[in-house]
Structures are given as C-alpha cells and as structure tokens.
Design a binder for this molecule. Structure first.
Ligand SMILES: *Cc1c(COP(=O)(O)O)cnc(C)c1O
Length: 231
C-alpha cells in the first residue's frame, strides 16, 4: 500500500469514528507522525492531503526542514523537548504539542519573547501517571493551564496525551475519557471555551480516541509503514 492509499483508507476510518459522535472526518485533524521517514515520504503525504506533519526529534526535524520536507503543510513538534533545544523549535513550528513542565513553559516564553512572536502550544498530560513519561500530572494540570494562560508570548490551544501502551483493545478508553473531561473543565473555567485541540490517538487506538472526543490524531505506522529502528 502506498502512502496515498494508506491516507485514503485512514480518512474513511476517521470519518466513521467521527460520525459515531455526531461529527465527520472534516472535524478531525490528521497529523502524520513522520519520524524516521525521509523528505520524499513527507512530500508524498503532503501531496496526498495530510493536514499536518509532526516530528519528535529536533535534529531530524532541522535536517528535514533544510530539505524542504514539510513545504505545503503545517509542521508540529510532538516529541519530548529538552530545554536546551527550545531555541531550535520555537518559531519553526505552528504548534508545539508536547509542553509538559513549568520549566519548559518558561523557556518557550523567553525564546518567543526574544523573537517577538506568540508560540502556539498544547499542554501534554501524563494521563497514565507513568514514571518514564513527561507531561503534567492530571492533578497539576489546572494550575499549569492557569500559569500558561498568563504568559504573553504563549498561546495555549489545547491538550495532548500519550497513554500507556495498550494491553487490550479499547484499553486506553479510560485515559482518553479522563483527558476529555479535564479538557472540557479547563476550557470552560479558564479559557472561555476558546481552546481548540484535544490531541489523542495513534495508529493503534485513534478510533477509540475519536469516540472519546479527540479532534487531532497523530498517526505514523498506519501512514508510513513500520519504522525501521535498525537503520
Ligand atoms: C510516533 C508517534 C506517534 C505515532 O505513532 P504510531 O503508533 O506509529 O501511529 C504519535 N505520537 C507521538 C508523540 C509519536 O512520537
């Protein structure tokens, strides 16, 4: 299957899942997670109508930017971001989806202020409370969202999560439901219902994420095929 065929098949499944919640596929932003795929593959996905491409390593993104890999589509940063690499990302991407600490918020604010821009971000939530994962704990999210909302060079657009690896089908539904309810609460009580994105769902679980309210999914394998980690 080609990248184009994969995207067409995905769009049908996305539309079906969205219709179960009174929406359509047009309400769901499809982010192609293009890590470990080259500039040609990125361009193929853009030609096939992907909404956004997402990268999760700064160095790889910088190299592919220089090759014009993302020309024609917005670019998001979706991976773990170290503070010392913030300068290489702020202003280069339309949205940083993975902002999961106060320190990172402060650093992004500082760099964006220097550039005299407003950087759009999502707050990443460690929804499964996993030791090894970054993100705000659900308990800290309200305060973090309030803090971020006061930063003049940051614009919070929503929330994102990467739940634990699914053990059984629909096993992540409780996590998706939990983020959805945090999103609705914070959107109403802190952001005047102006937040726009709840980013959850990947190749293996995007349909259940959409049924739980997701409107932005990040899909790699189901578009580009299995990643080759031995290269
Ligand atoms: C790689 C990646 C994805 C996509 O994963 P697949 O299972 O290949 O669809 C989604 N989100 C993030 C943050 C990723 O790094």
């Amino acid at each position: 299957m080609s990248i184009q065929e994969n995207i067409m098949a995905l769009r049908r499944r996305i539309d079906q899942a969205a219709r179960a919640t009174g929406r359509t596929g047009a309400d769901i932003t499809l982010v192609g997670a293009s890590k470990m795929n080259d500039a040609a593959a990125c361009q193929e996905a853009i030609a096939a109508g992907i909404d956004v491409l997402g990268e999760n390593r700064v160095q790889e993104m910088t190299e592919k930017l220089a090759q014009n890999a993302y020309d024609g589509a917005p670019l998001h940063f979706i991976g773990h971001l170290q503070r010392n690499k913030v300068k290489q990302v702020v202003g280069k991407v339309a949205l940083i989806q993975s902002v999961g600490s106060v320190e990172l918020l402060q650093e992004i604010e500082k760099v964006a202020a220097k550039l005299e821009i407003q950087q759009d971000i999502l707050l990443e939530v460690n929804i499964g409370g996993e030791e090894a994962k970054s993100g705000f704990s659900p308990d800290a999210l309200f305060d973090a969202a309030a803090f971020a909302g006061e930063l003049p060079h940051i614009r919070v657009r929503g929330m994102m999560c990467i739940p634990p690896v699914e053990q059984v089908k629909d096993g992540n539904v409780p996590y998706f439901q939990k983020l959805q309810s945090l999103y609705v609460d914070i959107n109403k009580n802190l952001y005047d219902n102006k937040l726009e994105y709840i980013s959850m769902g990947m190749s293996g679980d995007f349909e259940s994420a959409i049924r739980c309210g997701s409107n932005m999914i990040r899909v790699g394998t189901a578009i580009f095929g299995a990643r080759n980690y031995t290269k």
